[in-house]
Write a protein that binds this ligand. Structure first.
Ligand code: NAD
Length: 497
């Protein structure tokens, strides 16, 4: 059995707690890997390594940091295939999709390569006679990242390149379901010349997370995962005086207006709903069909859905792989069954699928549910699987009211040829990321990613300018170089003149 350990202080460190979690190959259902689960003492070792490294790293020049990040970018680029293969082996997503994840993660390293530009401060001269004021931003210290299973490379890359570029040191706690990619990211960072202790990876579960949340030397926590855990992370981190950003779950709506090209809309709905088996926080899980297009649109989506090829992620012919675990697969199936009982029309039922040669794999086919009541569990909950709900709305106003009533507000999209309607939608919709004829509007690295409502707890979105802001704190320096003539006693409040 292969064991995945920790990466602390620039080297692989064997798990010492004696506790391990299973890591499956979702395509075969086999468990031939286990991951060490850190104890609080092991987390403390990682935080201590990061704290020690911070003493020097914060003073390493911007040009040296940038040079390391450039080398890191090149190494990641050269190892795209290898990282994607690790993702496919433990997560299950198809290789091409895993490559896309690595590519989007690389964007953030490229952003971090431009850190010297992003960290420029502001200077005002002569704010008063002979007085200058400079605003600068400084690193926080040791910061922690806690990441979900569904993007085992990209989400860690949303965090640590920006954090370390800003001069912080980092402790990453990746998902225990697919931890190999994170360890490889850390090894490559060391190869790029990142000093020992600047980036550490501790594997683990709630025990490790709780220790990071309460550790007095951890200054800030970035979290990406499900809504209940995001809410918990935010409150615990605040309780312990930490800066926190906690990105949660989603239920993303795609609004289709009657003037849209229905073939384009159907293609996009398929890609966004079933890509990565629906295990994306930006997956479209609800299509809102406005006016009388519902029947046509549902037929077009159903025709495409039944033609999808589902199989192991290592097979280039597969368009969709398995789900992450057997339990999750069964839970996803239960939503299709309950939706039928709760009044939805099951147009395509993927729950019975078996894949030849992979009888134990965690596969499920794609499902399409029409006329889903908003009271149904399949509409109310985040399913996080290949299940697309269609709801019907008479008008644009009814559709936007429905979307804005959702407790989540991560991504949303409108499909239309009407610029005026699209503009209204951009301004009126309550979500953090909006696509106009773009179904998965994940912002590029130099903008920031984040949702509203139950999709994000905290004030900062992640990466982009928000990321730089999150991982730094402001300082304002007021300077005067006095002449002897500037002396004299004056107890009045200093005024600018
Ligand atoms: P999860 O919340 O179960 O786990 C996320 C992380 O939290 C993992 O590292 C896990 O070990 C840890 N964790 C789990 N339970 C914990 C507990 N009780 N106490 C402390 N830590 C705990 O999420 P997941 O299943 O790995 O990922 C899927 C979820 O993540 C979905 O809800 C998805 O929408 C969300 N997600 C959101 C975004 C976003 O940007 N908003 C991006 C990716 C995934």
């Amino acid at each position: 059995m292969k064991t995945i350990d920790h990466w602390i202080g620039g080297t692989a460190v064997e798990g010492a707690s004696g506790a391990y979690g299973p890591v499956y190959n979702p395509a075969t259902g086999a468990q031939d890997t286990r991951v060490a689960l850190a104890s609080t003492a092991e987390v403390d070792v990682a935080v201590a390594a990061a704290k020690e490294a911070y003493r020097e790293w914060r003073h390493v020049s911007l040009s040296r940091r940038t040079a390391i990040l450039y080398r890191y970018r090149e190494l990641l680029d050269a190892h795209r295939d290898e990282i994607a293969a690790l993702i496919t082996a433990e997560h299950g997503k198809v290789h091409s999709d895993a490559l896309g994840e690595v590519a989007r993660g690389l964007e953030i390293v490229e952003l971090a390569c431009a850190i010297s530009h992003k960290l420029k401060g502001e200077l005002s001269t002569e704010v008063s006679s002979g007085v200058d004021v400079a605003s600068i931003r400084q690193p926080l210290g040791v910061v922690a990242g806690i990441t979900p299973f569904n993007f085992p490379a990209m989400v860690p890359l949303w965090m640590f390149p920006v954090a370390i570029a800003c001069g912080n040191t980092f402790v990453l706690k990746p998902s225990e379901k697919d931890p190999s990619a994170a360890i490889r990211l850390a090894e490559l960072a060391a190869e790029a010349g990142l000093p020992a202790g600047v980036l550490n990876v501790v594997n683990g579960d709630k025990v490790a997370v709780d220790r990071l949340l309460e550790h007095p030397d951890v200054a800030a926590v970035s979290f990406v995962g499900s809504t209940p855990i995001a809410r918990y992370i935010q409150s615990r981190a605040i309780e312990h005086g930490k800066r926190v950003q906690a990105l949660g779950g989603a239920k993303n709506h795609m609004l289709v207006l009657p003037d849209a090209d229905l073939d384009v809309a159907a293609d996009n709905a398929i890609n966004a709903a079933y890509g990565s088996a629906g295990e994306r926080c930006m997956a479209v899980s609800v299509v809102v069909a406005v006016g009388d297009i519902g029947d046509d649109l549902v037929k077009k989506i159903a025709d495409r859905a039944t033609a999808l090829r589902i199989g192991p992620g290592t097979d280039p012919a597969s368009e969709m792989g398995p789900l992450i675990t057997r339990e999750h697969r069964d839970k996803v199936a239960s939503y299709v069954h309950s939706a039928r009982e709760q009044g939805a029309e099951v147009v395509v039922d993927g729950t019975g699928l078996t894949v030849e040669g992979y009888p134990e794999g965690f596969f499920i086919g794609v499902s399409l549910l029409d006329k889903v009541p908003v009271s149904a569990d399949a509409y109310r909950d985040e399913i996080f699987g290949p299940v697309l709900c269609v709801v019907r709305a008479e008008t644009y106003d009814e559709a936007i009211e429905l979307i804005n009533a959702s407790r989540w507000g991560n991504g949303t999209a409108i499909f239309t040829r009407d610029g005026g309607a699209a503009r209204r939608f951009q301004l009126e919709v309550e979500a953090g990321m909006v696509g106009v004829n773009v179904p998965i509007p994940v912002p590029v690295g130099y903008h920031s990613f984040g949702g509203w409502k139950d999709s994000l707890f905290g004030d900062h979105h992640i990466y982009g300018n928000d990321g730089v802001h999150f991982y730094t704190r402001g300082k304002v320096v007021t300077t005067r170089w006095p002449d002897p003539s500037d002396g004299g006693i004056n107890l009045g409040f200093p005024r600018n003149h």
